[in-house]
Design a protein around this ligand. Structure first.
Ligand code: IPE
Ligand code: IPE
Ligand code: MG
Length: 254
């Protein structure tokens, strides 16, 4: 059932989860399959994760699908990934819309074929009024690119005389970032065992709780997602304050 999202009042549930879906290639290699089979299998984990977000009351899900560095992969793998992306846009967008899910693609989409760019525009337009899960797919995305493109917009305003250089603040830079309209990620998950950010959301992860799992992305399912949420619920987020201050506030608000 499609239902509108009401803001969760439970601070133990992350409003925004951001995921690096890593380990598809290794999953395939372990099965003596071509790497691409891992990418295809990973799509099922995406479906499971979207479902789990709906069940758990997560409002925003951001998935890293293709980094600005992934163009360095063999041409054949890049081509197959583009086809998978195009097919997914064709096949899945209708279902997302039925479930009241809003889709945004973040990243420099000008590098994609005109066919893909058109599908992206259509999908974003179709789902733009949906109010359940806010789903962001990061494609040809890089955290450094995101910060640079925001700064470029500010520099243009300075050059036109609309803004003084002294007026540039972290808030202004933030307003030009890809996810400016949405709450910052509360929980970051990376599958596949590596413990690095790989140029994902650099600015937005400043105070995000980090969670790493050795599961390869095609193995990631609802149980794995719920385990990450449990880990999140056990943490105390201090944002620079002392643990005692946070605890005192929690008691007053209870
Ligand atoms: C993540 O899986 C998917 C993309 C980067 C597109 P990988 O393809 O990086 O899988 P591993 O890390 O080689 O196992
Ligand atoms: C990060 O995974 C990018 C995506 C999951 C889309 P990579 O597999 O590209 O990361 P590195 O190269 O191991 O850091
Ligand atoms: Mg990888």
């Amino acid at each position: 059932m499609a239902k509108a999202n009401t803001q969760t009042s439970n601070p133990d549930t992350p409003r925004h989860v951001a995921i690096i879906m890593d380990g598809n290639g290794r999953w395939a290699r372990r099965r003596h399959l071509p790497r691409f089979a891992g990418h295809r299998a990973g799509l099922e984990s995406v479906r499971k994760t979207i479902r789990a977000c709906g069940e758990q009351g997560v409002e925003v899900l951001t998935l890293f699908a293709f980094s600005s560095e992934n163009w360095r992969r063999p041409k054949e793998e890049v081509g197959l990934l583009m086809n998978l992306f195009l097919n997914a846009l064709d096949k899945e967008v209708g279902k997302l819309h039925e479930n009241n899910i809003r889709l945004r693609i973040i990243g420099d989409i000008t590098a994609f074929s005109s066919e893909i760019q058109q599908r992206i525009v259509d999908a974003e337009r179709l789902t733009c009024n949906n109010t359940a899960l806010q789903l962001n797919i990061a494609a040809n995305f890089g955290g450094r690119w995101d910060i640079a493109q925001s700064c470029r917009q500010l520099a243009a305003r300075v050059a036109k005389g609309e803004l003084s250089a002294e007026a540039i603040t972290p808030e202004l830079i933030h307003q030009g970032l890809s996810l400016a309209a949405l709450p910052e990620p509360d929980l970051f998950i990376r599958s596949g065992g590596e413990q690095r950010i790989s140029n994902f959301l650099l600015w937005q992860l400043a105070y995000t709780e980090l969670y790493f799992t050795d599961l390869l992305w095609p193995e990631f399912d609802e149980a794995a997602f719920n385990e990450a949420l449990l880990s999140f619920a056990r943490r105390q987020r201090r944002f620079g304050r002392t643990g005692e201050q946070v605890e005192a506030e929690r008691i007053t608000h209870a």
